[in-house]
Design a protein around this ligand. Structure first.
Ligand code: CO
Length: 441
């Protein structure tokens, strides 16, 4: 699956995880249910586990004991800035116009959401006989059903001088017109019910988000750019998956059992600080790795202390935390650091920050740079202009509980957190090569 297909199939976090599951299952990975005892794991096993339907952890087990080889970890995130549908969202206006009440998720550039054909995607919880275990159904309404119309320039002559937007007033999407009905209550539930072919009474709750129905595409004189929603961070998710599946290799080599164990961790909720059970701040990955070490020790008949083996595994591991970076923008060169101008098409970008907002240090950068060189891939460095505060990412949050050596990196984009971001076709090829070298080399 190429990046454009991957992006179009993955309008929100839940659907991104579903897309990953399909690809992993097609490649022979089996799903481990974390409520069950950890199965025996042997060299060459390919498994994955999901948490909350919105984060995913895939593992290719190597032949060496984890205590000695550590893991090679690539992590990325599957959530992107958007708008979440609030409970009881219908607002009936004059003449039967209905809009939906929404709440901002993450740090979107809100103005880019105006005048787009929008739709809904996410998950819906359905009633079962067991109140503690409702059924989860994914929802991906592919038709455009919503729009957030701009205000005409005639009502705001200063619009091109910058506009202050209210999340609560300006950003509510219009759903349609219902004539002279007295209430719009239940309109959305009815729509969801018909999409899922269930009765509205069976719907207990939902996590639904807006997305732009305009598909991803290539753009530029030589089609050198990709224009798409959610490049941050689905482009890194896609690259990590391609590397784990070994798609750069021929069939035979990608089926060989490697010494080292490869792990791909796709977290949710990076855009809101990672502090959830499915985010990078969760102990879930550490607990999973601990279970893996114990299960592998058992299979290999090792008599060493599995706790000690777990800590040795951490010390022998390396993390590549992959999240998009800012590429030099031809219209805003002054925003960049004076001596570091990473560009689109120039290869993966290592992110460095003196205040340690990025996990990169000289050791991590040295390792990742060498991996790129071995893969025949150029690489670049990003550091903030000293008067401009930058963003944060996954690496430091994860290494505060799993103190891996590692690097924060990502491909460059323009317009990060716009409804459509712009990336580079070549950079995607480069980063897949670099990740493949990291896992398999
Ligand atoms: Co990101």
């Amino acid at each position: 699956m190429n990046l454009i297909e991957f992006l179009n199939a993955s309008p929100v976090n839940y659907l991104a995880v579903a897309t990953l599951e399909e690809e992993l299952q097609a490649a022979g990975f089996y799903k481990f249910d974390p409520t069950k005892p950890m199965p025996d794991v042997k060299p060459g096993d390919n498994l994955y586990v999901t948490k909350n339907d919105s984060s995913l952890y895939a593992i290719r087990l190597g032949s060496l004991p984890l205590a000695e080889s550590g893991i090679r970890l690539i992590c990325a995130h599957c959530d992107s800035p958007t708008f979440r549908i609030k409970p009881n969202p219908e607002i009936l206006m004059e003449k039967g116009f209905v809009k939906l009440n929404v709440e901002l998720y993450g740090g979107a550039i809100m103005s880019t959401w105006f005048d787009r054909p929008l739709s809904l995607a996410g998950r819906v919880m359905l009633r079962t006989s067991d109140p503690l275990h409702p059924q989860t159904r994914l929802l991906h309404i592919k038709e455009p059903i919503l729009i957030i119309p701009n205000l005409a320039i005639h009502f705001n002559r200063q619009v091109n001088d910058g506009v202050k937007l209210s999340k609560q007033k300006d950003m509510l999407p219009i759903l349609g017109v219902i004539g002279d009905q007295l209430s719009a209550n239940g309109l959305l539930l009815g729509l969801i019910a018909s999409q899922l072919d269930v009765a509205p009474e069976e719907i207990l709750d939902f996590d639904l988000y807006l997305y732009d129905t305009t598909p991803a595409c290539e753009v530029g004189l030589h089609k050198e750019f990709i224009s798409a929603g959610r490049l941050d961070d689905l482009s890194m998710v896609h690259a990590g998956l391609q590397a784990m599946l070994g798609t750069q290799y021929d069939e035979a080599k990608s089926r060989q059992i490697q010494g080292q164990t490869m792990v791909l961790a796709i977290f949710d909720n990076e855009e809101t600080g990672s502090g959830t059970k499915q985010g990078a701040g969760s102990p879930f990955l550490a607990q999973l790795l601990q279970r893996l070490v114990i299960a592998q020790d058992r299979f290999l008949g090792l008599v060493s202390d599995p706790h000690d083996d777990f800590y040795r595994m951490i010390e022998n591991s390396f993390m590549v935390s992959a999240d998009n970076a800012h590429a030099w923008h031809p219209n805003y060169g002054e925003k960049m650091d004076p001596t570091n101008h990473p560009v689109l098409g120039g290869g993966p970008i290592i992110k460095v920050n003196a205040a340690q907002k990025y996990a990169t240090d000289a050791d991590g950068a040295a390792v990742f740079g060498e991996i790129c060189s071995r893969a025949g891939v150029p690489y670049q460095r990003f550091v903030n202009h000293s008067d401009i505060a930058g963003g944060s990412t996954l690496g430091n949050i994860l290494t505060s509980s799993l103190p891996f050596r590692g690097v924060d990196m990502g491909n460059g984009v323009w317009g990060m957190h716009s409804i459509r971001e712009t990336g580079s076709v070549t950079d995607q090829e480069y980063v897949i090569k670099a990740f493949t070298e990291f896992y398999w080399g």
